[in-house]
Structure formats: structure tokens, C-alpha cells
Design a protein around this ligand. Sequence first.
Ligand code: ADP
Length: 686
Amino acid sequence: MNTKPKCLLLLAAIVCNICLMSAKDQDHTTDSITSNSLLSNLDKARTFYEHQDYDKATEFYLLALNEAEQNQRQNEINECLIKLGRCYQRASDFPKALDYFFQFKAIPQDQKIPKDIASVNRYIAKIYQKLGDYEKSFNYHLEALHLCEKHNDSTGIARCYYELGYLFFYQDQFERSRAYFDKAQEIYQKQENERKLFSCLSAIGCIYGSIDSLDIALDYQFRALDLARKLDIKSGEATTLHNIGVYYTLDSAYALGLEYLLMGLERRITIKDKWGQIGSHKYLGDHYIMVGQPYKAIDHLEKGLALSDELGTKTRHAELYQSIAEAYAKMGNYPKSNEFWQNYAMLKDSLMGDRVAEELGASKTQYEVLKKQMEISALKDKQKIDTLQYRVLLFGITMFLFFIICGFLTYHFYSQKKLNQILAEKSKKIRSQNEELALTNQKLELTNQELAFINTRLEFSNEELKRFAYIASHDLKAPLRTIGSFTSLLRRQYGHLFDDTAWEYMGFIVDGAKHMHQLLEDLLAYSRIEKAQNFEKWLDTREIVHTALSNLQFNIENKGAKIDIEEATLPKIKGNPSLMTQLFQNIISNGIKFAGDYPPHIHIGCRANGLKYTFAISDNGIGIDDAFSEKIFEMFSRLHVPGKYEGTGIGLATCKKIIKGYGGDIWVESKIGEGSTFYFTLPKDN
Ligand code: ADP
């Protein structure tokens, strides 16, 4: 992978971190303010809760819950939810209480204390018990019990047993109730928790009292009484004294019964327990009825009735009406008795109505609770679905991104691979091209070296040739002169001795020497061309032509040649006068020399075209075969047997060399028997 995506990712991470850090810094001050407010609201809520002001406690717990949720303070959220549930439970708003308890239950297990979970289960169980849904109540109690057992919380276990005992006692299932109370008692005994032990003993006593096992009931009540006194539980002592009085009375131990009932009443008066006092008055009334003292009975029963009026408890009222009716009947005051029976009957009807209404209310509450539960479960389901959808979406996005990244990486990998392949191929090609180039360079260098070598050799050869031509033509002139001189001497001094053949031979020697002389002259002229070309000046070609013609005057007259000159066409050119004269002279002399059956007729003219001049010198001579039109410009090229025409075969080669030296061209156009035209070009401004 290349470094570019890495750099981008790193940059993104740094930007995110900076953003988070700045966000954290900003939140820091707000956090501490909220935290202070949360703790203050919690303190207030706790205080109101301890003082049983549940409305106020609810108000502050709600504020605290809101702040705790905003700051994600889980411990505080847990406390608020439990306490709000408890507040609504105390205010008998069971649907709301259950709502908060279930919210607490919905929090993940690892964010809660097991003890709190067990307590909340117990609170829910109690609510269902109140609502008459004993099965649900039992289940939640069991859930709490299992949790306490799981965490070896013996106090919690004892508490659950106690609550279960109470649940079954409430349902008049005394056997099961006693079994749970026994278990609770056993644990409390081990723990030496006497306060709780007192509650258990008292409860078990009541169970035995309810099943008419009065001796055992009294035994438990006395044990409870001892503990209540020892622990100074005043209300507990009053209740236990009352219970003992009731059981003694039921066991026909009236004196003892009366004694304990009166003690119970006295304690209840002392601790201002009006509810308890109503109970005491009722049982004292019943006691006096049983022992045949109806007046005393009515006295207590009416005191109870007055307190019941004060507290507005219809149930106690009805019980009191019934007892008063019985007391009047014992007294023989049947109208009064009848009157109270009627009161009793009316109240009972009203109570029945109230009970029905209460049951209806309970059903309604149950319905609301059920509805709430269904709403919660629907909400949870929706939450689950939302979470699932969110997870699916998240998974989908992750997979999508994964595939995109994979695709990108694969594409990147393959394109890189392909690129590398192409690069490798290209480098290979370049390498081979470089090798070829190097080879070509080597060859070129070699060729250049060879060329340089050849040039050097050529230059050397040319120099040699020039030197040879010059030396030959120059140095050979001396022996030739000697031959000429001695031939003349031989002819003068010994000519009278020669016969005809000797004279003929002498003639051959003189001709040969002449030809040799001409050859040397021509060669010398040829070899001097290059040097002569260094001397340039403006020339009038008309003058050049006339000089050449005057040089050829003898030949012209001898052959009766006619010369036509297009004077007006002959231009001025830059060049060497002697070379130019030689050029014109050579061509004109050839035209005269190679004449046919008629006297020679030479025509000289020039045409200007573009940047050059084209000169034309034509004759009416024997003509030249096309096959030799180029060959004739080579050195020593002659188309005829020696003797027929004079010449050395160097004239046209010299012309070509002069023309080439000026950058021009030379050629011939001819037909055998019809004459020839020699053309040559010269630049206008050379
Ligand atoms: P030469 O000394 O023989 O004239 P040149 O080099 O001048 O040598 O000419 C070469 C040959 O070209 C001549 O020998 C001749 O055969 C041929 N030649 C040149 N000029 C003419 C012409 N005007 N007509 C016919 N033949 C010619």
C-alpha cells in the first residue's frame, strides 16, 4: 500500500482527537456544575425520603435522575430509579412504581449491585401481592431468593423467606407460611439478629394462633415479648401483649387474657397507636362479652368506635357494631342490639361495595400494570428491533466499507502490479534500446573512426596525387625538353645521313615528345585548379569568351569555323579569369576539333534561371553516343583511336573540376552525326 491513504487516515484521526479533546475541555466545567447540582438534589431527596415525605422525595429524585442520566452516572441512576419506585409504592401508585422498578431491571446486570436487584424483585413481589396477583408475587420473591442464594447473601435469603412466609400467611396458607418463617428464623438465630428474630417469633405465633394451636402460639408470643422488651420495641411489645391476651382468652384463661389485653391497651395508649387501640378495645369488648360483663364490653367497644370514627376505618367499625350488637343482646336490650345489627348489616353492605370497588380498583391497577408491562415489552421489542436494525445497518455499512476497501486495495494492488509489469517491460525495452543504441553508437563511432581514417587516407592520397601530378608534370618536362633538344640536334647534324625510314622514325619521336609535352601541360593545369580557385574577381564572360577565341584563332581560321555568340546573354560572374578562359577554350576547341563533314559552327549563349546561370556551347560536329555522355568527363577518356584526333583526354575532366569547384554542374546533350551541346551552370553570386 502506498503512503498516501495512510497519511489521510492519520490526518483524520488527529482531527478527530483534536475535536474530542476540545469537546471534552468544553464539557469539563459544565460537568462539575451538573455534578454539584446532582449531589445536592440527591441529598435533598434522601432527606425527604427518610422523613417519609414521598411527594417531595419524588420531586428531587426526578431532578436527580434527569441530571444523572445526562452525565451517565450509573450508580446515581440506579438509586433514583429504586427510590422513585419506592416513593410511588408508598403512595400506592403501583403502575408508576412498577414502571421505575422495571426500568431498573432493564439496566444490564453488570451495572447493578446484586443486593439492589434482589430488593427490587422483592418490592415488585409486594406490589403484586397487594394487587392480588399472588403467583407473580411468588415468582418475583423466588427470583430475589435465587439471586441472594447465588451471592451467598444470608440476610437477603432470610428476608426473602420472611416475605414468602408473609405472602402465604396473607393467603391463609399457614403451613407453607410457617415453613418459610421457620427458615427465616433459623438464619436470624444464627446471625443473632434479635430484632428480626422478634418479627419471626411473633409471626409464627400468629400462625399457630390462626390454626388454634394456642399453647404453641402463646409460647412464641412470650418469646417475642421477651425480645421486644429486651430490645425496647414498644409497638412490638404492645402487639405481643395484645396477642397473648387474645390467645389466653381464646384458651378460656380469661383472667390472664384480660390482664394482657389491658397491658396491651395501656402500651398502645402510651405509644399513641390509635389503630392498635381500636383492636385492643374490640378484643377487650369481646372478652367482657365472653365473661358475661356486657356493660364493660360496651364501654370498650364504644371507645373503639369513637377512635374508628376518628380514623375513618369502616372495617373496624363493622366489627365493633357486631360486638356491640352482641353485647346488647347479652344485656337483653334487643332493640339496641337490633339497631346495631342493622348498622352492622348496612356497613357490611357498604363494605362489600367498597370491597367490590377495591377489587375493581385492583383489577384496574392490574390492567394498567399489565398495559404498562406490555408497553414496556413492546418498547423493548422495538428497542431490540431498532438495535437489531441498527446492528444490521452497522454490519451492512461495515461490510460495504470492507468490500470497498478490499476492492480498492485489490484494484490498487493489481493496477500497481500491472503498472510494475508495464514499467518492467518498458525498462526492458529501454534497456534493449539503450543496448542497441550503444551498439549503434559503437558502430557509428567505429564507422566515424573508419571514415576519419579513410578521410585521412583520402586526404593523404589526394595530397600524394596532387604532389605526384605536379611533380610528374613539372619534373617530366626537363627530360622531355632534352629529348626535343637532342632530336633537333640529331636532325641538324646527322640529317644528311638519314634515309626516308629514318626520317619517318624521327617524325614519330618528335610527335611523341609533343604529345607528351601537351599531356604534361594539361596535367599541370589540372593539378593547379584548386590553388587557382582561391583567386576570385568579377569577370565579364563576354571578355572571357573572346580571350578563349583569340587563343584558338589559328584553329578557327584553319578549319573555317563559324562562331555565333549571344553577347547580350553572357553575364558577369565571380571567378578565376585563367580557369574560366580554360573552361570556355576547352569546350570550344573540342567543338572545332570534332567537326564532321561540314565546317564547324559554334554557338555560345547563356540563360539565367533562378540563382544560377546556365551556359550552352553547341557545335555541329560528329556527336557523342549517349552511352559515353558521362564517361567523357573522366580523366584520359577518349572515344577515338590515337592519331585520328589530337588530344590528351584531360580537357573535359579539367572543365568538370573547375565547374565543381564553383558548385556548378556540367553535362552534354548530343546525337551522333548531328553535333553536341555542352551545358554548365555557375552560381549568380558565388
Ligand atoms: P581530347 O583531348 O581528346 O579532346 P577531351 O577530354 O577534351 O579530350 O575530350 C574527350 C573526348 O570526348 C574526346 O576525345 C572526344 O572523343 C570526345 N569529345 C569531346 N568534345 C567533343 C565534341 N565536341 N564532339 C564530339 N566528341 C567530343
